[in-house]
Write a protein that binds this ligand. Sequence first.
Ligand code: KIV
Ligand code: ZN
Length: 514
Amino acid sequence: MSEKVIIFDTTLRDGEQCPGASMNTREKLEVARQLARLKVDVIEAGFPIASDGDFEAVQAIATEIKGPSIAGLARCVDKDIDRAADAVKPAGERGRIHVFLATSAIHREFKLKMAQDEIIRRAVEGVKRARARCTDIEFSPEDASRTEPEFLAQVTEAVIAAGARTVNIPDTVGYAAPHQFGALIKYLYEHVSNIKDAVISVHCHNDLGLAVANSLAAVLNGARQVECTINGLGERAGNTSLEETVMALKTRADAFGGFTTGIDTRQIYPASRLVSHLTGMVVQRNKAIVGDNAFAHESGIHQHGMIQNRATYEIMSAEDVGRTSELTWGKHMGHHAVRKKLEEMGYKLNDDEIRRVTEQVKTLADKKKHVYDDDVRALVEGAFTEVPQIWKLDYLSVMTGTIPTASVRLIQADKKEPTADASTGDGPIDATLKTIDRITGIKGSLNDFNVASVTSGEDAIGEVSVRVQFGERIVTGKGNSTDIIEASALAYLNALNRHLDEQRRRNETEKPTL
Ligand code: KIV
Ligand code: ZN
């Protein structure tokens, strides 16, 4: 039997630390359900001490999600560990506390102001405290790749002796090079006497674009857990991408030691889409595995080869990563059929949402010749985003020409009468957004604007993603429509509503910095 590499997904913790990618509890639960369908082994659901919202999300995931282990992050500080223990408790035996403390000289001297022996003492105390509350403990020596190897080996040995089942070696700042990182893992195997009592894990950041390569080099040298995120989401340049790591291990088993993972690869693309939609982080077109172009063949020579034999230019199949576009939707579908199809696509919606999607499918089928799975995915993901509709679009009409003018009518929650106004702008979209600002009395500035067509064809649904700055905060929003101006208005309102909702719920607790 081939050996298994444990897939530890940290989209909901490190991924969510990516600026502008924050999700509310319901959105995190949606992602966690998809991660369970994907069959990851561990879901790092959050950093419970960071805020009441983070605690609530980890606890909700630990309560509902069956299958994967559920981890909560904690610094080596009593109150963090206790909070993480409380949050993962509903997962029972599948609960994990992930304790971390920096070990590199630069962090010891400037951040922690602690000597080596103090670091070992704190790490051991932290692991023991966590171990008293939970059996599955992971320890991470933060900035391990820049830590003196001898000291790293001492820390690893001490935390394993204290009860850590997993020791995770982070390349926190994305500094490692594959051959050196692989050699570091090998060094630990040669110098830590009790290493067989724990799983060695790796957690790489992508500052030099080497996160996946470093993780694979570590696997070749003994690591048996890889920490990764969907779409490589994460701090700065992101984390190791789950889809690239899993597909590299699968497609090049001959080159990467023949290891298996428990991942259901057909759930990769739905997971990528869901995370992109909920975080507003658009996936670059040429991103490996999940980018729009990853399986597109443009040149005539390639197309000809593909027709003769797909293997001429394709090393994996699109179907294997869940990229199918079946033409099975139509306006005569009832909501039972819609429910069944959605379940096949991996979505679990309540009755109201199914009814909403059914109506939207019918409306879309009137506008579009063909309705594909991807069209419906866009609609469903829209329904998932439980951002309260504080401001809702009621009517939009735009006149283009020399002076573009937009007339907009919005309905504010709890108010019976809609509010209407009109304004000119530099273009039709600018005029629309300016009018929205006038009606709501809230000025946002557009930092980023992206349009993607969800499916191919002239009548495709356009998906607009925006990043909008309201004061100090940057929030993302998405909107779908066959009309780009309407999609822009919906995306802008989605960002505004998210901002107002966050403002309302914002917890006084400041997030501790890692
Ligand atoms: O990058 C890092 O070092 C981390 C740790 C908390 C594991 O995210
Ligand atoms: Zn990290």
